[in-house]
Ligand binder design. Structure first.
Ligand code: UDP
Length: 191
């Protein structure tokens, strides 16, 4: 079920259901684009038709913010939880570890994505990862795309900040089975 909040359709999945959907996509190699919709993005999309279209066309739109959850509950959603980018990263890694997934971390200041990946892998060995910072020029972009393509990630975590990461993911389909915009999560993970 999806609920319409100011024109953005948000999924009413719980955290566990969201993680299960992503696991099924990775296992079945079914392409999936995930948006964690926070209130700022929802408000911004009211004046930005391109952003609205991008969010609404995502395979999963999570409620990233308690305000989004409250709005959805008022609109009739029964089971509903806040699912932020960092919640998803934490929820996915124990599964990624079992399935030996390949995860690419893109974004953050130089060194941060590597640090975040190292922290996560400390607790969940068996995951293969690669990383790249998010301060690249248009000229550097082809090399980054090549690096991601060569790595063949199951999951591409894009932490370029919203909404840039949403545009970036939509403009570069096919880089990974599942792509997720995770905002500033790498900064938090890196500690
Ligand atoms: N960032 C980036 N490249 C840029 C601008 C920002 O990789 O050109 C990163 C920044 O280092 C931070 C994240 O994007 O890790 C944005 O985090 P923030 O918490 O501001 O964004 P939000 O979570 O609100 O989307």
């Amino acid at each position: 079920m999806r609920v319409d909040i100011l024109g953005i359709t948000v999924d009413t999945y719980s955290m566990q259901e969201t993680v299960d959907q992503i696991r099924q996509a990775v296992e079945g190699q079914i392409p999936m684009r995930v948006v964690t919709a926070n209130p700022e993005m929802i408000f911004a999309s009211e004046r930005n038709a391109r952003l609205k279209k991008l969010i609404n066309s995502a395979d999963i739109v999570t409620a990233d913010g308690i305000g989004v959850v409250w709005a959805a509950r008022r609109l009739g959603a029964q089971v509903m939880e806040r699912v932020t980018g960092i919640d998803l990263v934490h929820g996915l890694f124990p599964i990624a570890h079992v399935g030996k997934w390949r995860i690419f971390f893109l974004g953050g200041k130089p060194g941060v994505a590597e640090q975040a990946a190292n922290q996560v892998v400390l607790m969940n060995d068996g995951i293969s990862w690669d990383a790249m910072h998010g301060y690249f020029s248009a000229k550097e972009e082809p090399k980054i795309l090549e690096k991601i393509q060569n790595f063949q990630p199951d999951v591409l975590l894009v932490g370029l900040g919203a909404p840039r990461q949403e545009y970036w993911i939509a403009e570069h389909p096919g880089l990974a089975t599942v792509s997720i915009g995770v905002g500033g999560s790498f900064d938090a993970l890196a500690g």
